[in-house]
Design a protein around this ligand. Structure first.
Ligand SMILES: O=C(O)CCC(=O)C(=O)O
Length: 374
């Protein structure tokens, strides 16, 4: 990533420290909170570490339960291997709350998307450098409390480089086609009954960024427990991600009201004894692989180590869809550019666009242009 005055201001915790001590009250509060969270996260790391393993691709399908998840059996025809794999993944998502899904993007699409995300990041930094007020629309956070080492960049449906070049199938469109079209690995998960089928609502389109030196997060959930799962998210790797660059650690089975989840929610010493004995799995994603999870599950981002220890910029592409059958508060606002939010754009709408020759160039069902979301 090329540096910009914005990255110079925010390039390290110590510069944020200096910024905070120059009178930014919100910045100081942010730092205090961050320090407390890091201390807690380190306690949790030590509790979890004896029982943490790299996440693996699921191997066994419970056919009876899978049929009930998708609302259909295998029918008279033998299932294709693609169908079996989808059922296995749905089964795993339902029982564990998380599933390693390899090859959701081809290697070429993954590396093109990485270049595209880096380009978008440069443009977003420049925009905020010119006008800090733009930070919320670009990064979902005001400039004065932006974490230099960890954050989200909100992405456009058509990347800016492709728009400028008049290219109707730029890197972002190609990636969305590979991820969302019916019959693709990820498309069949988002399009399943578990997530609300074609009516699943477009909810996050973002890139997660951590830099060398980013500390570990405390264990958390993104959406509180409710019977019907409301949000399903895919973290997609655009290059191989070494553990030293950070990973996501998940506590399988904690998306439902299990004894482990109840222990966590009690918030007392019971929580720590649960963490001390709980089996957890951390991601070790290769380029094009994804981890898909029910956002009720307990999880955390692990530390991105110093460069001298193998740390380095980690960028993940993120897609989330909402099952509109979940009616309770989600506690997680859409991680979307402002003008893409609350428009009821569905997976079905996106598939229709992606099946055409000029995706997202025209108007959505609400009569407004898809546009760049800003
Ligand atoms: O860094 C990660 O892998 C996890 C990020 C995360 O869980 C969050 O930002 O809520």
């Amino acid at each position: 990533m090329g540096s910009s005055p914005f990255t110079v201001i925010f390039q390290s915790s110590s510069s944020l420290n200096a910024f905070a001590s120059e009178g930014g009250a919100r910045g100081r509060l942010f730092l205090d909170q961050k320090e407390a969270m890091t201390r807690r996260a380190e306690v949790e790391r030590d509790l979890l570490s004896p029982n943490t393993r790299p996440m693996v691709v699921p191997k066994k399908v419970n056919r009876k339960r899978s049929s009930s998840i998708t609302g259909r059996g295998f029918g008279v025809n033998a299932p294709t291997s693609g169908e079996v794999s989808t059922l296995l993944r749905l089964d795993t998502l339902k029982s564990e709350g998380v599933c390693y899904v390899p090859n959701v993007l081809s290697k070429t699409a993954a590396s093109d998307l990485l270049e595209c995300v880096r380009g978008e990041l440069r443009r977003a930094y420049k925009a905020v450098e010119e006008d800090p007020e733009r930070s919320v629309a670009r990064f979902n956070v005001p400039a004065d409390i932006m974490d230099p080492l960890r954050g989200y960049m909100l992405m456009p449906l058509r990347d800016e480089a492709a728009v400028e070049a008049g290219d109707n199938s730029g890197a972002m469109i190609r990636a969305l086609r590979e991820c969302l079209t019916a019959g693709t690995v990820l498309g069949d998960l988002f399009g399943s009954d578990l997530c609300g089928g074609g009516d699943a609502e477009f909810y996050d389109l973002t890139a997660l960024r951590t830099e060398a030196g980013a500390t570990r997060q405390p264990i958390h959930f993104d959406t509180p427990f409710q019977e019907v799962p409301g949000l399903f998210c895919a973290f997609i790797a655009m290059e191989d991600v070494e553990y030293s660059m950070g990973s996501t650690v998940f506590l399988p089975g904690t998306h439902i009201e299990s004894s482990d989840r109840l222990a966590f929610d009690s918030g007392s010493s019971v929580r720590d004894s649960m963490l001390g004995s709980k089996r957890s799995a951390h991601t070790a994603l290769k380029a094009g692989d994804a981890v898909v999870f029910d956002m009720r599950i307990l999880h955390a981002g692990t530390a991105n180590l110093l460069v001298s220890e193998g740390g380095g910029q980690r960028l993940l592409f993120i897609l989330t869809f909402r099952n509109t059958a979940a009616k309770e508060p989600l506690g997680h606002k859409p991680n979307l550019r402002p003008d893409y939010r609350n428009r009821g754009i569905t997976l079905g709408d996106m598939r229709e666009e992606l099946g055409g020759t000029e995706p997202f160039k025209g108007k959505a069902r609400d009569g407004k242009s898809f546009g760049d979301g800003l």
